[in-house]
Every structure is written in structure tokens, then in C-alpha cells.
Write a new protein. Structure first.
Length: 136
């Protein structure tokens, strides 16, 4: 399944497309048991709305060249999902409060490990560590 056809009339602004059609297409792929989903490269605006993917199983999402833009309060949520792989996705926020690279995910504990760029504000997480603020 390729997302391009579902987004053809999404917006007149090719620089920042609305995120709702992406969310709809991803959930449709999950609901129909698709094995792969390719998101058309581009920037997608979700504002403060979270992209929620529910009960997806064995879904490979290729988001190479894709950036999801959120404002505070928004983000990506995977609920009740198993064996979902997302490749190539960049998540960004405006205004930018923190930036980092996720190095591991603890599925059992519901947490992740990331290295945050110390030139940006840390995320609002009590255990967030910055190399400059919390040296090893």
C-alpha cells in the first residue's frame, strides 16, 4: 500500500501537508492487515494532535524522507501494536524544545534511551539526561 494516492488532494501547500490523511492511511493499513506501508516523502503537520496507531501487527512502515511536525502535546503513540517497524521517520517539534537520537527501546518497561542535544531544552521527562548537564 502506498500513501501517495491518498494524499493527492490533501493540500495546496506542498511544503507542509496535513497529518490527518497520513494517520487515516496508517490506521487503514493496520485495520486491513497490510504488511507494508510506504509514506510519500514530505513534511506533515499534526500540530498538537497525536498520531495514534492502534492494534497494528506485523506492519513495516517505510517513512524515508518523511518528517512529522508536532507542537507541544502532540506525538506518535503506538497502542496495542506488535512487530511494527518504522524506518526513516524524523519527528520534529515547533517550537523546538529538545532534539535527540533514540538508541534503544525497552518494550517491557515502556521507556527508551536517547542522547539529547545539549544546545536545546531537555524534554519534560524527569529522567532525561544531557551530556553537558549530567556528565557520565
Amino acid at each position: 500500500m502506498v500513501l501517495a494516492g491518498l494524499l493527492s488532494a490533501a493540500t495546496a501547500n506542498p511544503e507542509l501537508q496535513p497529518g490527518a490523511p497520513v494517520a487515516f492511511a496508517l490506521q487503514y493499513a493496520a485495520d486491513t492487515g497490510a504488511a507494508q506501508m510506504i509514506i510519500t516523502p514530505g513534511d506533515y503537520n499534526f500540530s498538537s494532535t497525536s498520531l495514534q496507531l492502534l492494534n497494528a501487527a506485523s506492519l513495516d512502515i517505510d517513512a524515508t524522507g518523511v518528517t512529522f511536525w508536532f507542537s507541544p502535546g502532540g506525538g506518535v503513540q503506538l497502542n496495542g501494536c506488535t512487530d511494527v517497524f518504522i524506518r526513516g521517520l524524523t519527528i520534529d517539534y515547533t517550537p523546538t524544545t529538545s532534539q535527540g537520537v533514540v538508541s534503544s527501546v525497552d518494550l517491557q518497561g515502556g521507556s527508551f534511551t536517547a542522547k539529547f542535544d545539549p544546545t536545546f531544552l531537555l524534554p519534560p521527562c524527569p529522567n532525561a539526561v544531557s551530556p553537558l548537564r549530567n556528565p557520565p
